[in-house]
Design a protein around this ligand. Structure first.
Ligand SMILES: [Zn+2]
Length: 182
C-alpha cells in the first residue's frame, strides 16, 4: 500500500520514519520495514500488509481479487492513482487507525518502460498491449497498460492472483504479442 505522511503518522506515531527494508527495481521506490492491518466493513482482516515508499499524495491500498474476497469488499480494477469508486477500508497500526472512504483498488496490470524501450517495441504512453508469459503455465495477459518514463526500468506489474495463475518466477520470459484492437 501507499500512504501519505499524515496517515502514516496517525498509524505509527509522530516522528516515526518510514525506513527502507528493500529497494524495488523502479528508481526511488522501496518496500519499507512497516506493515499494518487492513480491515473491511465486515471486520474481516488481513495483517502484515507492507507499506511502500516514498510517501504519496493519496492513500492507496492495492489488493488482489483474492484479498478483496477475504476482506468481503468489492474493490474495482483501477490504474494506480485513480481512486474514483475505490472501496472503503480501514487501516490499523500500532498507534491508531484510519478509515479510508475510498482507498482500496485492484491495481490494473501494467508495464513500466523507458522511452528507448517504448521506441524499440513501437508502443505509446497509455496504450494497452498483450504480453505472453512463458513456462509450464504460459498465459497471455491482455489490457496491459504501457507506462513510459525515462527513469523507468522495464518491468511488468501483476497482482499476486495473476502472477500465481501464470506460475510467474523471476526468470519467466515475457513477450509482447500484440496491441489492443489488433
Ligand atoms: Zn507499477
Amino acid at each position: 500500500m501507499h500512504l501519505t505522511r499524515e496517515t502514516f503518522a496517525k498509524l505509527f506515531g509522530e516522528g516515526v520514519e518510514l525506513e527502507v527494508y528493500r529497494d524495488l527495481l523502479q528508481k526511488g521506490e522501496f518496500a519499507s520495514k512497516s506493515t499494518c492491518m487492513v480491515v473491511g466493513p465486515k471486520l474481516r482482516q488481513i495483517d502484515g500488509v507492507r507499506i511502500l515508499g516514498p510517501f504519496r499524495e493519496e492513500d492507496q491500498v492495492e489488493l488482489s481479487r483474492s484479498d478483496a474476497v477475504v476482506l468481503g469488499i468489492d474493490a474495482p480494477v483501477k490504474d494506480s492513482g485513480d481512486l474514483t469508486g475505490a472501496a472503503p477500508i480501514t487501516l490499523i497500526g500500532p498507534k491508531g487507525s484510519v478509515d479510508l472512504g475510498a482507498g482500496a483498488i485492484v491495481a490494473a496490470r501494467h508495464v513500466h518502460m523507458s522511452e528507448a524501450d517504448a521506441a524499440r517495441m513501437g508502443v505509446a504512453q497509455g496504450e494497452h498491449i498483450s504480453v505472453r508469459l512463458g513456462g509450464p503455465k504460459s498465459t497471455i495477459f491482455e489490457n496491459v497498460q504501457v507506462r513510459i518514463k525515462d527513469s523507468f526500468i522495464l518491468q511488468m506489474h501483476l497482482d499476486t492472483d495473476e502472477a500465481n495463475a501464470a506460475g510467474v518466477k523471476c526468470d519467466t520470459q515475457a513477450e509482447l504479442v500484440g496491441k489492443a484492437g489488433e
